[in-house]
Every structure is written in structure tokens, then in C-alpha cells.
Design a protein around this ligand. Structure first.
Ligand code: BJW
Length: 255
């Protein structure tokens, strides 16, 4: 409770709010995380699926696996956590503050929940690109006819996501750096905080003076000021409600 109240107060006072999300935020939409029980990686070697080398070695296997995940993501609906983050963005911007949502997720659910200031650190699974030319296409929401999938410029189509060993999109890195310069509160939601460079953002934000808060069902290696333990779809709506209801009280009753 103490942490919850302190976080609600800090969030109410913050003029620059940054939210960093990971796969855990979409678990309550029925999507699997990567690690741990029930994760995508369980039973799969990430090096055989989420690297450029894996795609070069077996483009059929990799594209079929990503196509299955693409269709699952398209069929999913945003949950209460996505919606609370979108509501938080509106509240912060309405109050004249700054807001950015840095997501490692590739499922597009934040945008579908109404978030606008979204920075996709690891790309988007619903967009694919020709592996030779880089030309992007948005395929129909139906399975590809066969794997691998021919691209428009003679290469194979690959998902427009960031694999291990690949650089994050330059614009995403620039937007992240800009957000950390004005961030005074960082909410880290549903990420195991083991994949870099995203995992390093908590340390950067803390070093720059931001209050750091983790919302997760587990304790991760992220070194944060506060931990709110529980499902994001429960904790975040409660937190946003606390911020909104206090903000609405007349000034004489505040304290
Ligand atoms: C809930 C919940 C609920 C569950 N409510 N919570 C520095 C040190 C060491 C290594 C490196 C380093 N810098 C770079 C590297 C190499 C590498 C790396 O980080 N390796 C580590 C694994 C050691 N990084 C890279 O290669 C990156 N590129 C790069 O840095 O380029 C420059 C460079 C290259 C090479 C060398 C050096 C520099 C690229 C990383 C790309 C990551 N790509 C993936 C796949 C994307 C495509 C796809 O979707 O398949 O991104 S990997 C996968 O992990 C995916 C995720 O975005 C990412 C993070 O996972 P996430 O989101 O945290 O999910 P989980 O499953 O791990 O955790 C879920 C969490 O939710 C858990 O904590 C649960 O408890 C929680 N949860 N239900 C709240 N209801």
C-alpha cells in the first residue's frame, strides 16, 4: 500500500511520464510472453527463430512461426492494461505534461487501445519486408499461402521486427533518448528486463533523476525505486484511477 500511494503521488506530480512495456502487458490479451512457463521460447531455441542467421538458414521455418504469431496478435484484443496506459497518456497530455510509450512489443495492441505516442523498439509483427530491398508490405490478415513468402523485390518476406544481433530502428533510439531527457517518472511494465538496450533504460532514467516503478507479477533484475506486484491489467487501471480521482478533488480538500 505504501508503495502504491507513493507511486500514485509521484505520478500525479510528474510532468514527464515514460512507460516502458514488454510482453507481460499483452498476457491478459491471451498472448504468450517469451520467457518462463508458457513462454514462446519454451521448447524453442531463440537462436533458431529470432536471429538473421536463423532466417538465412531456414526462411520457411522462421516465416511460418512468425506468421502464426502475427495471426494470433491480429485476433487479440487490447486489455485493461493497454487501456489504462492510453488513458494515462491522455491525462498527462491534457494536464500539459509530456508522455512517451516505449514498447518492446511487436503486436500493435497499444495503438489499438488508443495510445498515440508509441515508440516501437523492436518493430511490428503485422508489417513484413523484403529481406533484400527492405521494402515494407502489410499482408492481409490471413495465413500466407506457402513458406517462405516471396517479397516484391526478389527476396523473401521477413517480419519487420528486430532480431538478436540487429540494431534497433534509428528513429526509435532517437525518440527514446529524447524522452529520457525530460522523463521524471518511468513505469516499467511486464518486461523481464533482460534484453538490451531496453533493459538499460531503467538505469539511464534513474541516473537522470527519474523515479522508477516496476509493474510485474515477478521481481526482475531491474533496479527500481518501487515495485507494484500484480497483473498489469489489475494494477494499472487502479493506479490511473487513483491519479485521476485525486486530480479531480477541489484544491481545499487536497493534502
Ligand atoms: C507480467 C504479466 C502480467 C507476465 N502483468 N507482468 C548488452 C549486454 C548483453 C547483451 C547485449 C547487450 N547489448 C546487446 C546485447 C545483445 C542482445 C541482448 O540483449 N541479449 C540478451 C538476451 C543478453 N540484444 C540485441 O541483440 C539487440 N540489438 C542490439 O543491441 O544491437 C546492437 C548490438 C548487437 C549485437 C551486440 C551488441 C550490440 C536486439 C534485441 C532484439 C530483441 N528481439 C526480441 C524478438 C523480437 C521479435 C519477436 O517478437 O520474435 O524481442 S527477443 C524478445 O525479448 C522480444 C522482446 O521484445 C524481448 C524482451 O522480452 P520481454 O518483453 O521482456 O518478455 P519476457 O517474456 O522476457 O518477459 C515477460 C515479463 O512479463 C516477465 O517479467 C513476466 O513476469 C511478466 N508478466 N504476465 C505484468 N499479467
Amino acid at each position: 500500500m505504501v508503495d502504491f500511494d507513493e507511486v500514485a503521488t509521484a505520478l500525479r506530480r510528474a510532468s514527464g511520464v515514460v512507460v516502458l512495456t514488454g510482453a507481460g502487458v499483452s498476457v491478459e490479451s491471451g498472448l504468450r510472453p517469451f520467457r518462463g512457463p508458457g513462454g514462446w521460447w519454451k521448447g524453442h531455441d531463440p537462436a533458431r527463430l529470432a536471429t538473421p542467421e536463423a532466417f538465412a538458414a531456414d526462411p520457411a521455418l522462421v516465416s511460418e512461426w512468425y506468421d502464426a504469431r502475427r495471426l494470433v496478435a491480429l485476433a487479440a484484443e487490447p486489455n485493461a492494461a493497454h487501456e489504462a496506459i492510453a488513458e494515462l497518456e491522455r491525462r498527462v497530455l491534457h494536464g500539459g505534461g509530456r508522455f512517451a510509450l516505449l514498447t518492446q512489443n511487436v503486436d500493435g495492441l497499444h495503438q489499438r487501445a488508443g495510445s498515440e505516442r508509441v515508440v516501437e523498439l523492436h518493430g511490428n509483427l503485422t508489417v513484413w519486408r523484403d529481406h533484400r530491398s527492405g521494402r515494407r508490405v502489410t499482408p492481409d490478415p490471413t495465413p500466407f499461402a506457402a513458406y517462405p513468402v516471396p517479397g516484391p523485390d526478389g527476396g523473401w518476406l521477413r517480419p519487420d521486427v528486430v532480431w538478436f544481433g540487429e540494431s534497433l530502428p534509428r528513429e526509435a533510439l532517437a525518440a527514446t533518448e529524447a524522452a529520457l531527457a525530460w522523463c521524471d517518472l518511468l513505469l516499467v511494465v511486464g518486461t523481464s528486463a533482460v534484453v538490451y538496450p531496453a533493459a538499460a533504460l531503467v538505469g539511464h532514467a534513474a541516473w537522470a533523476g527519474a523515479v522508477t516503478v516496476e509493474v510485474n507479477v515477478e521481481v526482475t533484475p531491474a533496479e527500481v525505486d518501487h515495485r507494484l506486484t500484480g497483473p498489469a491489467g489489475v494494477v494499472l487501471p487502479r493506479l490511473v484511477r487513483a491519479v485521476v480521482s485525486r486530480a479531480r478533488r477541489p484544491a481545499s480538500r487536497r493534502g
